[in-house]
Design a protein. Structure first.
Length: 165
């Protein structure tokens, strides 16, 4: 009975307690109750500390010509008729070869935010934010004369946090 107890518990010590038995009990306790490291959390912290590797420019093909557009000139990326475009500070629209998901993974998240399924916007391009119905936000970008841009309901909280950092 005493052996069965020792297998399923830390230990059961009877008086007089021998130093060897006490040492074994403490060793077993330290082995079983050692703080476990949460490696996924540790990995997330390490990833945050590493420098973000982001694109500096996008190569755009216009007919037979190529143009390099610096990321600093981009105000937003958007989808129109199943194609991805970028919009620049100069008011130009250029086709992009990548999907918004791919673009989102290679641009700096401190500068850009995905506000809905169709738009990734740059912080510096925001002129105005208007509270809209149903807990949505309407965003105005400088130079943008196309359709209205809204932050989706699901992303409003994270967008506000991103804006308030």
């Amino acid at each position: 009975m005493l052996r069965a107890f020792k297998v399923n518990s830390i230990d059961y010590l009877l008086k007089p307690i021998s130093p060897e038995e006490l040492e074994q009990a403490l060793t077993k306790y330290n082995t079983l109750h050692r703080p476990r490291t949460d490696y996924s959390r540790l990995e997330a912290i390490i990833n945050q500390l590493q420098p973000v590797k982001t694109k500096e420019r996008f190569l755009i093909k216009i007919g037979e010509h190529y143009r390099s557009v610096a990321i600093a000139d981009v105000l937003c990326f958007y989808i129109r008729e199943r194609n991805v475009f970028l919009f620049t500070k100069q008011g130009k629209h250029y086709p992009a070869d990548d999907s918004l998901d791919k673009i989102e993974s290679v641009i700096n998240p401190r500068q850009f935010f995905r506000i809905n399924r169709h738009f990734i916007i740059r912080f510096e391009g925001i002129c105005d934010i208007l509270a809209y119905s149903s807990n949505r936000l309407k965003v105005t970008l400088s130079g943008w004369k196309e359709e209205e841009i809204f932050v989706s309901r699901e992303r409003v909280t994270n967008f506000k946090k991103w804006m308030d950092r």
